[in-house]
Design a binder for this molecule. Structure first.
Ligand SMILES: Cc1ncc(C[n+]2csc(CCOP(=O)(O)OP(=O)(O)O)c2C)c(N)n1
Length: 315
């Protein structure tokens, strides 16, 4: 892989990791209200897939959305401010952790209802095809979303109407505290694509090279042939479902096994072995400064004024 690409992927994954580690700290200091679902461990999926998209493609995801927002180029400052409910946040402090949004970057959220984002993304893809644009829509969902009606509605229409949509199941092995084997009869989640039918792929979500190659093929299929793809990326969240989950339903050995192949650690080692250690250390410092700046910015920003509570409410 070219040095420039390697450096970019490393920086983007590290940005997400450090952003969320700081978010966890601020949460325990009670500076963030509501829920906080961390993406830590899954970074290679968002960064790898989004890295092959065009700026005009659409991206949508569920409530575990900080990683996708940052991978899409969302600002650390506006993301951190959103977590703290500040006016300067990417959703003007109205959305919080689960509802990051950045229309300029075509990042359409942050969606709290499990699977609800799937047909909405299919609609975005349909609109692009209808208008004759060559943009595609990419939507992320958890393994817990594949038994929800809206998942099947989205896929059925995408196959029927031949729309440029890529559906990515981030199989992090658990839906809250429920392991996958208690909710799905097959370990292979991509077979769900066969019913509609549409192309399907399974990829190691810790291997950013494989993730990029898989996404590249799916994006090309969508862009050039208007055909959807269902991708299952096998991954793992190192933290609990949300900050309030002590994750007692799994062993430390399981977590350590995934951590031993940590995608950020792997890329750091690759950079070092290719004579890029100095550059890696410089990037680590830059990311650290960026995240500390984002925390300061968020803490110093004002809360939305009470009289603006009804702004941006359509009905
Ligand atoms: C329709 C709906 N049902 C239930 C919930 C409550 N809920 C929130 S997260 C979650 C688990 C989803 O797990 P998964 O889709 O695997 O995503 P992950 O948290 O692993 O990223 C559930 C059941 C919800 N938000 N929406």
């Amino acid at each position: 892989m070219e040095h420039e690409v390697l450096t970019d992927l490393f920086a983007k994954m590290l940005r997400i990791r450090r952003f969320e580690e700081e978010a966890a700290r601020l949460y325990t200091e009670k500076k963030i209200g509501g829920f906080l679902h961390l993406y830590i461990g899954q970074e290679a999926v968002a960064v790898g897939t989004i890295s092959v998209l065009k700026e005009t493609d659409y991206v949508m995801t569920g409530y575990r959305c900080h990683g996708h927002y940052l991978a899409r180029g969302g600002s650390s400052r506006a993301g951190m401010a959103e977590l703290l409910g500040k006016e300067t946040g990417c959703a003007k402090g109205r959305g919080g952790s689960m509802h990051f949004f950045d229309a300029e970057r075509r990042f359409m959220g942050g969606w709290g209802i499990v699977g609800g984002q799937v047909p909405v993304a299919a609609g975005l893809a349909f609109a692009e095809k209808y208008k004759g644009e060559d943009n595609i829509a990419v939507v992320y969902l958890g393994d817990g979303a594949i038994n929800i009606g809206s998942f099947h509605e989205g896929l059925a229409l995408a196959a029927l109407w031949k729309i440029p949509c890529v559906f990515i199941i981030e199989n992090n092995q658990f839906a809250m505290g429920t392991p996958l084997e208690r909710t799905a009869a097959s370990e292979d989640l991509s077979i769900r694509a066969l019913a509609y039918p549409m192309a399907r792929e399974t990829v190691d979500g810790h291997d950013i090279y494989a993730v990029r190659a898989t996404m590249h093929a799916a994006a090309k299929r969508a862009r050039e042939q208007h055909l959807p793809t269902l991708i299952e990326a096998k991954t793992y969240r190192y933290r609990g479902h949300s900050m309030s989950d002590p994750a007692k339903y799994r062993t430390q050995q399981d977590v350590d096994a995934w951590r031993s192949r940590d995608p950020i650690k792997v890329l750091a080692e690759t950079m070092d072995s290719q004579g890029m250690k100095e550059l890696r250390l410089r990037i680590e410092n830059e990311i650290e400064e960026e995240i500390q700046d984002a925390v300061r910015f968020a803490e110093e920003s004002p809360f939305p004024a009470p009289e603006t509570a009804m702004d941006y409410v359509y009905v």
